[in-house]
Ligand binder design. Structure first.
Ligand code: F3S
Length: 61
């Protein structure tokens, strides 16, 4: 299992993660919200983490 978290203090609400990986991320009140805090296998979450302009997404593999 891999754990996914977003530092909402860092998130600037660009929405890239929700666009890249909508199964796991959604926008709530202008900030990213993790819909699934744990996934069996990292897939689009890696692209979302890599694409976040402020590196607010942490993946623990
Ligand atoms: Fe926020 Fe980064 Fe997503 S700024 S909306 S966590 S891509």
């Amino acid at each position: 299992m891999a754990k996914i978290s977003v530092d909402t203090g860092k998130c600037i609400g660009c929405g890239a993660c929700a666009a890249t990986c909508p199964a796991t991320f959604e926008m709530v009140d202008g900030k990213a919200h993790v819909k699934k805090a744990e996934v069996k296998k990292i897939t689009c979450e890696q692209d979302a983490a890599d694409g976040c302009p402020v590196s607010a997404i942490t993946l623990k593999k």
